[in-house]
Design a protein around this ligand. Structure first.
Ligand SMILES: C[S@@+](CC[C@H](N)C(=O)[O-])C[C@H]1O[C@@H](n2cnc3c(N)ncnc32)[C@H](O)[C@@H]1O
Length: 313
């Protein structure tokens, strides 16, 4: 880990997200995805005196980097090495019952993608790992070498939307029966051989994304934190989410829509015995906020970003 603080990650939709989050006023705010601390720093610079910020990240490297960056804010900020799926439990341990806002800037940071030892990228040759949190037991090696052929095909199809998922899964199983698939380069070579063609890079990106999502349980964790986040918000509090691919955005959009329509498919919010009830939240914007041309020019990662927000009623 040798990246300078400034290279760690460039925050996306920085002003848009912070303005949206802080318009709910005073209180305890949570940044569920601290990363390089860019959003957190901007929040802290504008936080009112009685307010504070609690930050989560599953990645211990992010925690180390961002803790240094945010040290100047003293006890107005606390930084926790924890998965955001545990938000309810962690806050209840701190005797916090409600929050003024929650920001989630999903996915991985530039540091995580660029740091070879994380094993997230098909551009470098490293051990197959892909865990955001090295304390978690499941890594990419275990998924690629341990899942059955159908299970693998399902992961690649569901989380990568890759049409050649079955052919790729067959090739993975055929190869690993001869020798374990131990590195990102081995994986990339087998995937390219099975389904490369002229869309090789896109196929690789989809397969690596799928395995990363499976390893880190990204979609399950997202659903959980959205549900717990909505429950924790105080009236007027805001939940702001920036997503980077259609699988994440679909979950955010659907959960927000159900909560805003008072539909009873969110049993955590509503009484499932009643067909229709008062909505728990309002949508802050109907269409997602996207990055400006200028931001995309400076930071191409912003191209796929979509920001949505809700306010608790
Ligand atoms: C896009 S980066 C956030 C960048 C950050 N907003 C900034 O300004 O630098 C996403 C971060 O969220 C973390 N993350 C992703 N899923 C998580 C989860 N379930 N729990 C905690 N942290 C998570 C990743 O480790 C990564 O550091």
């Amino acid at each position: 880990m040798c990246l300078a603080l400034n290279n760690f990650h460039t925050p996306v939709l920085l002003q848009e997200a912070v303005n949206c989050l802080l318009s709910s006023g005073n209180g305890i705010f949570v940044d569920g995805t601290l990363g390089g601390g860019g959003h957190a720093e901007a929040i802290l610079q504008r936080l009112q005196p009685q307010s504070s910020l609690i930050c989560f990240d599953a990645d211990a490297d992010a925690i180390r980097h961002a803790s240094q960056r945010l040290a100047v804010f003293g006890d107005r900020v606390s930084v926790l090495h924890a998965n955001f799926r545990t938000i309810k439990h962690v806050l209840s341990e701190k005797k916090i019952e409600c929050i003024a806002g929650l920001l989630l800037d999903l996915g991985v940071s530039s540091y995580q993608l660029d740091e070879p030892s994380k094993g997230f990228s098909f551009q470098t040759d490293e051990r197959l790992d892909m865990r955001m949190d090295r304390d978690e037991p499941l890594d990419a090696f275990a998924v690629v070498n341990g899942y059955g052929e159908k299970e693998l095909a399902d992961v690649i199809w569901k989380f990568g939307e890759e049409r050649q998922s079955r052919r790729i899964a067959r090739a993975l199983v055929w190869n690993r029966e001869r020798m374990p698939i131990a590195s990102t380069a081995d994986l990339a070579k087998i995937v390219s051989g099975a389904a490369g063609g002229k869309f090789r890079t896109k196929t690789l990106a989809r397969v690596f994304q799928a395995i990363r999502i499976e390893v880190n349980r990204e979609l399950e964790n997202l659903q959980k934190v959205l549900e717990d986040g909505i429950t924790l918000l105080r009236p007027g509090g805001r939940l702001v989410v920036i997503s980077y691919h259609s699988l994440e955005d679909r979950i955010v959009k659907q959960t927000f829509k159900s909560a805003a329509e008072g539909k009873n498919d969110l049993p955590f919010l509503l009484n499932p015995m009643l067909p229709h009830q008062e909505p728990a939240v309002t949508l802050v914007m109907k269409k997602p906020v996207i990055a400006s041309e200028e931001e995309i020019r400076k930071n191409p990662r912003a191209r796929s970003a979509k920001m949505r927000a809700i306010e608790k009623r």
